[in-house]
Design a binder for this molecule. Sequence first.
Ligand SMILES: [Zn+2]
Length: 464
Amino acid sequence: MLRHAFAPLLLTFALSAQTLPPEAERQLARDIYKEMVEIQSGFTTGATTPVAEAVAARLRAAGFPESDIFVGGGIPKKANLVVRYHGSGALKPILLLAHTDVVEAKREDWSMDPFKFLERDGYFYGRGTGDDKAQAAVWIANLIRYKREGFKPDRDIIVALTADEEGGGPYNGVDWLLKNHRALLDAEFCLNEGGWGEMAGGKRISNDIQVSEKYVLNFRFEVRNKGGHSSMPVPDNAIYHLAGALDRLGRFGFPMKTNDVTRVYFERMSKIASGSAAHDLALVAQGSQDAMQRVAAMSPAWNATLRTTCVATQLEGGHAVNALPQLAAATVNCRVLPEDSVEYVQSTLQKVAADDQVSMHLVAEMTKGPASPMRPDVLQAVGKATDTLWPGVPVLPMMLMAATDGRYLRAVGIPTYGVQGFFMDRDDIRFHGRDERMGVQAFFEGQTFLYNLVKILSQPAALH
Ligand SMILES: [Zn+2]
């Protein structure tokens, strides 16, 4: 393993001084990151409390008073940590959020131990290195640095490291804190996961900021029938009713449209893309339905950005090989644009199914938050912090197809923006997968980016 022994040495030449924090700050962030990754905080088998306690100990050692540190959660093993760094109070606080639970990882699935922090060939490996312990570690390292440097923000800076983002459930830290300790999280706006830097072929393409997200509805389509002997079939068959409805659903597409966020996304994307795609993306931003059709056909992600989608994901039916089915049922999973209502989606599905034998009911509805407004102060600050580190790299506002804890905050009126500045190869995102990793340089550049961004947002006058 001689090769690896030299890697850190070689790396110091590759890292550019201006984009990186001072050596001591890098070391601190790396130490916190390592400590967090090595605590097994798997969503189902692990605990977040040791993460919260380890961070609390570091904060106390850095001089944060006990009264500004909160550790607690829905159950003893699912604790959250909230810490407040006091500003002048001229402005409402800013909330910096990251989750400390991770998706489970099995040693046998990985090339290395997922709960041993490993630096190799320019990457940090381990479960949570991307999702979401990098941001958690950086929030804490930077907060300790602000305190050491005597930074005087115009607003309180609150960092919340929370439990059970993965899979949600009753001990979700953001939900629990909002219900039990609302004042701890009260803020003018929040920065969270959900937006990162995209690279392709080693080149930085865009720094993404997630402004809104789709929400999830699951419907159960169900047909019941009196059944009978299969030797005497009749046209009225539960499986055929269901199959017909699903076939019609498969051919159906919800209307395509843009909103405030996706319009800007397509407009900026048109400047990044090349050829006829660039032209079509620009037309989409101007509202052309024809161009939307072409762009949707180019990429499932663009299709999902332009419309609500509903897709059959599970089937059940029949009870014997020689009996007419008494039941046929399907789960239909919908990813809904923030501006489309539950009622609209359900009534549309009923029209598409076009069969009153097919009943439809909502199985689960996730908390839905509105899109965060495109706040000029936040977008300008992200633009400035991006341009300082990576001149010419555009900031791309995004609507995420998946969901984050930001929805709980948006639902109570705290606009939430997903922004990290950690650049990664857009074709090799390993969140939730095997051999999860984060580039060493990407991590430390993100540390600088978030340090600058939070400083700008906590002293907005510095923007002008
Ligand atoms: Zn996450």
